[in-house]
Design a protein around this ligand. Sequence first.
Ligand code: NOJ
Length: 560
Amino acid sequence: MTKQWWKESVVYQIYPRSFNDSNNDGIGDINGITEKLDYLKKLGIDVIWLSPVYESPNDDNGYDISDYQKIMKDFGTMEDWDHMLNEIHKRDMKLIMDLVINHSSDEHHWFAESRNSKDNPYRDYYIWRPGKDGAEPNNWEAAFGGSAWDYNEATGDYFLHLFSKKQPDLNWENPVLREELFSMIKWWLDKGIDGFRMDVINFISKDQRFPDGEPVEGKKYVSGHTYFMNGPKIHDYLQEMNQKVLSNYDIMTVGEMPGATPEEGQLYTGKNRNELDMVFHFEHMDIDSGAGGKWDVKPWSLVELKKILSKWQTALEHDGWNSLYWNNHDQPRVVSRFGNDTTYRMESAKMLATTLHMMKGTPYIYQGEEIGMTNVQFDSISDYQDIETLNMYHEKIKDGANPAELMQAIYVKSRDNARTPMQWDSTKHAGFTEGTPWLAVNPNYPPINAEQAVADPDSIYHYYRQLIALRKKHDIIVHGSYQLLLPDSEEIFAYTRKYESECLLIASNFTANDIDFTVPEEINMYNEKHLLIGNYKTSTLYFRHLITLKPYETRVYYLK
Ligand code: NOJ
């Protein structure tokens, strides 16, 4: 076993726009974060991952950066940021920054130069290709709709943008660009931060032939992902970045990697690979998407969820490391997605937390998850702000889709579900701002808010505190091996963790019914069996092999 601080840590993600507004302009800011550091310290988290706070025209809320070394005015100043970092470190917590280097904003001065002429020094910072037969260079679709290529008058050719057309992709083939990025990364590390979350980092190496994606009937543009996800030089680039910059610091790195398989995850995070510490894969986030993609919502199955998470647990068991998450700023709220956000909101939020935090890996909590925040249903599309949601809606309406059906999909999948402001208390706008919030608060804030949760010893918040505290106390939670039980059960997610002579038995009921759980014979051999944590008041010991789990009940037994 190798001890590394980021294996023992719990990370809390802050989406700054929606966290806490200190100057009442309706937008969360850096000083607002600093005001809430004691709240986070009390929760017990170790590391803050801060979504982008760099200068940006906000086409995609900061994931379109126009200056990597400046702070966005909406969020404050570099002095505010320095002060925040200092206050984080004073409380013995750490800070990792979001690093968005697959693309920049089209308003970055590099791109302004690059698009100007074919012979300026920034030309090869981006990906330019001539058109084909009077149209785009290939049929790739951008993640936010339309072609992934946009025409540039001044030079008569096209640039690639895998996301919006205001997010041109950087050309990692160019060593000058790579050096420029590495020196920017070094600049932030020298300011004393503790690592990075790297945005779609497995997209940076594109197949230089730029082949067409597999045609789909009735569609002009299609996914080209096989030609840029985990592309031909991805490992070379990550190793170069690691060797030239990252390895000189005691930091943690986590790569966001849509489309990564466990085998690739092992290559990205293996001990002697010198790439990254851990990755965010998306396999469990895709289980409610049908053949038509994210908005084609389909029922999910617990058997599949267990299969995916267990596959990753096993693949990285001996070499590599998992990140564990249910939520982030791009995903619907987990209590609405895999739990029950009405009758059993408290029970299911705690159950989901337990199921995740007891697995092997570094757990991530997304702001508001610790108080059981839920999805939102705004009446009108004009209440939504997210570029992905809006582009999809308007494109599909043009194609004749039914607005009510689209709204149903938005209620389940829109990224704005995660982005409604943090619910701090029961005053107007949930205490997030005294101004008009940039995105409306979820109307359920009077009963669901942090003030209420901190005051109630039985709350989801205090339950998270206990989970985090247990991690600090028991090495088995960090280092124990994982074995799935009952793979075919559609109701129960059960597994064990084993470490030296200890064992943990985790059993979670994912339904609103009482369900019997028969403890496998080999587990009954242990003498000591006590309840480490659970979400119902129940006997702290168990003697028989049959446990009846109440709706959304979860129990963790410590066995020796
Ligand atoms: C992934 C980020 O999490 C998401 O919010 C963003 O829109 C895309 N990458 C593009 O940067």
